[in-house]
Design a protein around this ligand. Structure first.
Ligand SMILES: [Zn+2]
Length: 293
């Protein structure tokens, strides 16, 4: 099982999918391989550190979280050698090409990415929306060998097919109120580790997020305090989505952008799926129609 998490920023992974990945790792051990691809340089989004320092610190924080979580982390680079600028991410041929290359090189079974909003009243984070749109736009091209060979030169006349992954979207706190979900993973067993991994992102949770004032949080003074804050965030998400119970959960939606799975396959593949809490009947019907079954 190979999974690739693609998102805009350092820390997006920990807040949306880290628990599921951890349960997967516990279930499959060495047979589980995970990579987190961060698509911006992380240099914006701080109020007292310089751009260069912020970018450097964020990269170190992600590396610490990756060691703790047993996953590989990578910063996306465009063909010019630069990571895309945080806050300015746009769907450009360069970005599509870099994503195409990254997905083809890794050949994951599943790709995770942010959701694409459809409600104009919902807030968005520019970079999240761009990654959602870019993954959707590049999805069909994953098995198109020469789609981006001007950027990544190749002139083969015999092409090996590239595996097309199932593409799943995650919860996005920036479009609060407009999120939906198909299935729910109970990640309570991984909650302590999620706390520790998010705690690695000190420049965000202790410094930036309390300052920017959009996240309704005071700076946590210890891991213990942070655990309480994070618990409240998970509880708030459950209330927003109408999910019963006090367990920490992560929620996902299945797209038709890449390969279309069956519900049976998802149930086998995903650890700790909670059918009772999920909208599985609607999902099953949708997947059946998409599979022409
Ligand atoms: Zn983000």
């Amino acid at each position: 099982m190979k999974v690739l998490f693609i998102h805009a920023h350092f820390d997006d992974y920990e807040f949306t999918a880290a628990g599921t990945f951890e349960l997967w790792r516990r279930k499959l051990g060495d047979k589980f391989q995970a990579k987190v691809l961060v698509c911006t340089d992380g240099k914006a989004g701080h109020h007292f550190r310089t751009r260069e320092e912020t970018g450097r610190v964020r990269l170190e924080e992600q590396a610490a979280s990756a060691t703790m979580g047993g996953y590989e982390s990578e910063l996306l680079h465009l063909t010019n050698g630069q990571a895309p600028r945080e806050a300015c991410l746009q769907v450009t041929p360069d970005l599509l090409a870099a994503l195409w290359k990254a997905i083809r090189d890794y050949e994951p079974d599943y790709v995770f990415c942010p959701p694409l909003g459809s409600d104009p009243l919902a807030g968005i984070h520019n970079d999240h929306e761009t990654i959602a749109e870019a993954v959707r736009r590049v999805a069909y091209m994953i098995n198109v060998p020469h789609a981006f060979t001007p950027e990544y030169p190749a002139d083969e006349t015999v092409s090996v097919p590239c595996k097309v992954p199932v593409i799943v979207t995650v919860y996005d706190g920036y479009m609060f109120g407009a999120n939906a979900y198909d299935f729910v993973i109970d990640v309570e067993a991984a909650f302590p580790l999620i706390c520790e991994m998010t705690w690695c992102h000190q420049s965000q949770i202790v410094e930036w997020l309390p300052w920017v004032g959009r996240h309704n949080m005071a700076p946590p003074a210890s891991l213990e305090e942070w655990t309480t804050t994070l618990r409240a965030r998970f509880d708030r998400k459950n209330r927003e989505l109408g999910i019963q119970g006090a367990h920490a959960v992560e929620v996902f939606r299945v797209t038709a952008w890449g390969a279309v799975p069956t519900l049976a396959q998802l149930t086998v593949d995903f650890p700790a799926m909670q059918p009772a809490a999920s909208n599985v009947a609607a999902l099953e019907e949708r997947l059946r129609l998409w599979n022409h079954a």
